[in-house]
Design a binder for this molecule. Structure first.
Ligand code: ARG
Length: 579
């Protein structure tokens, strides 16, 4: 709808330009916003205020001329001038109802991408394999998953890349430990944390062990077969831990999406050689560096991207350059999105710039760091176990399910055990994911079980419950929407408000996809559930006064249910028919 209003305004502007009211050559960005108060119409534009000056008119005068020049359009019932010169557009309720009918008849719910479909690389999760996944990996995994799902729904081809850290110096230590005592190490591998700690202890306690560890990294990187075998063994175990977490979370990641740092090992010398050939490299204290004028440290000294250390070793940035080149040249991506901690912002800014200057990515490719803030404990301090250790993701998910189980059982003691379990899973895991997704990506957030499991407010339980209310209408009726005729007819104020919100679904998803911000979808669903609730209380559905009214309300309810379900699924939540 906003697009069509923009289009109407554009036509009016062209007409006024032809008539000489506006000077030629203006190309304003036409802004159209949703109004908060529906008595002022459904959409508003400030275009008359923006162009009053070049037109040499008062904003309200220009607004009048614009209204006169607007083409007649069936979807707009009237246009008014408000305040200093806003144009307020009132949506025609018949046209709105028709749009909703079209959405109801469409598997895509009327959602289309506003631009052309693209190939999009989503870099997500990407833990370091030396240790088990901990809470720090949660955000990248679930925010990346949600945005990937939305882009796919909009019609993009999404290529998930799990850029795991499987190639650092810490592997020498792990290999030395594996090699030293294969049998014991094998059984200890079941708990990677413990394995890592044991290896680290050996490393810290014994200089001889530490030397062996360093020698093993060199052997590994030189392609020694036995080292590679041990390394592979370790990674298999570690990756299977990760996959268990992904499955438990219901995240769309599989072993096929893993392309770790090691995959780029062979490309690293080429990256350095190409930078050299382009004249971008300089040597500083024996290291190969790219300096860019605009990057300086706090003291004002030039800040380099180091691509090769004095000893010949390569770095995190070198691997990222190789990955960008692969994503552009082999994966043919139009866009690559990096869901990585905000603290790596400078790394990505600089690496993106180097990749562009070196021509590692094609000119039209977008590189976007989708940074996120830190997840803290309920006290706002870094998230730790009681004894100060890092919290394993799998333990956190166990606790979420247990708490949800107690909660659901308390509310619904008569449910049988297996249903109780599956509800607890959907609610517990859903709550953890939703709490994260509903916050603005870039801010830090406090992890709080009580809050996320509350049935009030912008939470997973509230939304899952809202969906079951719609489902229960149809359960009581004993038939689905396909068996219901009639058409949507918007009369009551609550029907109109709900309908206007339903019509915004496509716009919200496009925004989420463009900016990588799932919290917009969360707020949207929360508002939608709230509007459904007032509709439900004020406009009897099954008790409606006549058949046509009942059919219309059932159709609105059905579209609300499908929108909630689709929206929650795009966030990676499982809906329940009852709870
Ligand atoms: N393994 C890295 C870490 O844990 C994150 C990798 C993110 N992706 C990338 N292409 N650099 O910090």
């Amino acid at each position: 709808m906003k697009d069509s209003i923009r289009h109407l305004i554009q036509q009016a502007l062209t007409r006024l330009t032809d008539e000489g009211v506006l000077p030629a050559g203006l190309t304003p960005a036409i802004q159209v916003e949703n109004t908060r108060d529906k008595t002022h119409g459904d959409f508003a534009s400030n275009i008359a205020m923006m162009l009053a000056k070049p037109a040499g008119l008062k904003p309200r005068e220009l607004a009048e001329k614009l209204i006169a020049a607007l083409p007649v359009d069936a979807s707009v019932s009237k246009v008014e001038i408000a305040g200093p010169g806003f144009l307020n557009f009132f949506q025609n309720s018949d046209a709105l109802a028709q749009r909703l009918e079209a959405a109801l008849a469409d598997a895509q719910l009327g959602v289309r991408k506003s631009g052309t479909a693209q190939r999009v690389v989503v870099d997500l999760s990407s833990p370091n394999l030396a240790k088990e996944m901990h809470v720090g990996h949660l955000r990248s995994t679930i925010i990346g998953d949600a945005v990937g799902r939305v882009l796919e729904f909009l019609g993009d081809t999404v290529i998930r890349q799990n850029h795991v850290g499987d190639w650092g110096t810490q592997f020498g230590m792990l290999l030395a430990y594996l090699e030293e005592n294969p049998a014991a190490a094998e059984s200890e591998l079941a708990d990677l944390e413990q394995f890592y700690r044991a290896a680290k202890k050996r490393f810290d306690d014994s200089a001889e062990f530490a030397d062996r560890a360093r020698a093993l990294v060199v052997k590994l990187q030189a392609g020694d077969a036995e080292c590679l075998r041990l390394w592979q063994r370790f990674n298999d175990v570690s990756l299977s831990h990760c996959q268990a977490v992904y499955d438990r979370l219901g995240v769309k990641l599989s072993p096929a999406d893993v392309r770790g740092e090691s995959a780029y090992n062979a490309d690293l010398p080429t990256i350095v050689a190409e930078l050299q050939a382009k004249g971008l490299l300089s040597e500083s204290e024996g290291a190969q560096c790219v300096f860019m004028d605009e990057y300086k440290n706090a003291e004002g000294n030039p800040l380099p991207v180091i691509v090769q250390k004095a000893g010949g070793g390569y770095l995190y940035a070198t691997t990222d350059l190789a990955a960008m080149r692969y994503r552009s040249q082999v994966l043919k991506a139009d866009r690559a999105l990096y869901f990585v901690d905000q603290r790596q912002a400078l790394h990505f800014q600089m690496a993106f710039e180097v990749a562009r200057r070196a021509g590692f990515v094609h000119a039209g490719m977008d590189l976007e760091h989708m940074g996120f803030g830190t997840m803290n404990g309920a006290d706002g301090r870094p998230f730790k176990t009681r004894d100060g250790g890092t919290v394993k993701l799998i333990d956190l998910l166990d606790e979420a399910e247990q708490r949800a189980y107690a909660l659901v059982k308390g509310k619904n003691p008569e449910l049988d055990e297996s249903e109780l379990r599956s509800i607890a899973r959907a609610v517990g895991i859903g709550a953890v994911k939703y709490a994260d997704l509903s916050k603005h990506r870039t801010s830090d957030y406090s992890f709080n079980f009580e809050q996320m499991l509350s049935f009030e407010g912008n939470t997973a339980p509230y939304l899952l419950y809202a969906y079951t209310r719609v489902a229960s209408v149809f359960r009581k009726l004993g038939k689905g929407i396909e068996a219901i005729g009639g058409k949507i007819d918007l009369q009551a104020e609550q029907e109109l408000a709900l309908a206007a919100k339903l019509a915004q679904f496509a716009e919200v998803l496009n925004n989420v996809g463009d900016k990588g911000v799932p919290h917009l979808l969360c707020s949207y669903l929360y508002e939608l559930a709230g509007l459904f609730s007032s509709f439900y209380e004020n406009c009897p559905i099954l008790g409606a006064e006549d058949v046509a009214v009942q059919q219309s309300r059932l159709r609105l309810a059905a579209l609300t249910g499908r929108t909630l379900q689709q929206g929650l699924e795009l966030l990676g939540l499982t809906t329940l028919e009852r709870m």
